[in-house]
Design a protein around this ligand. Structure first.
Ligand code: MG
Length: 160
């Protein structure tokens, strides 16, 4: 069994859609990035790549590459899952935490789990998404941006 961790953060910007775990969440602003800035998909992608020893998202999908401008990060996550399977590994489980003061994410968690599970090609029960605030502290508390943490386990395909 192999374990990986991922972390990402993006700053808020006006005039952007807020995409988290492949789901558009209604809010007054979105996250700034070269891609759709889906901070949750990015953290999970890095956790998978880390567990597989395959580098990181920035190496596979450089933000200097015009191909990834406004890219759908859930689609990039699907590509990461394919890379992981190519190494003879499958996802054991994923657990992630989104750190955001606002908006309230609870109503959207189930849709995020579904979208992430489809991208990863696993049962939804293997994908956990949690949300927390930082009680007004730090950059997330000041609503300057959103952060996400993720861990995952990968198993050898022939392991039971
Ligand atoms: Mg990112």
């Amino acid at each position: 069994m192999r374990i990986g961790t991922g972390y990402d953060c993006h700053r808020f910007a006006a005039g952007r859609r807020l995409i988290l775990g492949g789901v558009e969440v209604p809010h007054s602003q979105g996250l700034l990035g070269h891609s759709d800035a889906d901070v949750l998909s990015h953290a999970i992608g890095d956790a998978l790549l880390g567990a597989a020893g395959l580098g990181d998202l920035g190496w596979h999908f450089p933000d200097t590459d015009p191909r990834y401008r406004e890219a759908s990060s859930i689609e990039l996550l699907r590509q990461v899952a394919r890379l992981v399977r190519g190494e003879g590994l499958r996802v054991g489980n994923v657990d992630a935490t989104v750190v955001a003061e606002r908006p309230r994410l609870a109503p959207h968690i189930d849709a995020m789990r579904s979208a992430l599970a489809v991208a990863l090609g696993v049962d939804k029960g293997l994908v956990s998404v949690k949300a927390t605030t930082t009680e007004g502290l730090g950059f997330t508390g000041r609503e300057e941006g959103i952060a996400a943490h993720a861990v995952c386990l990968l198993k050898e395909v022939d392991e039971h």
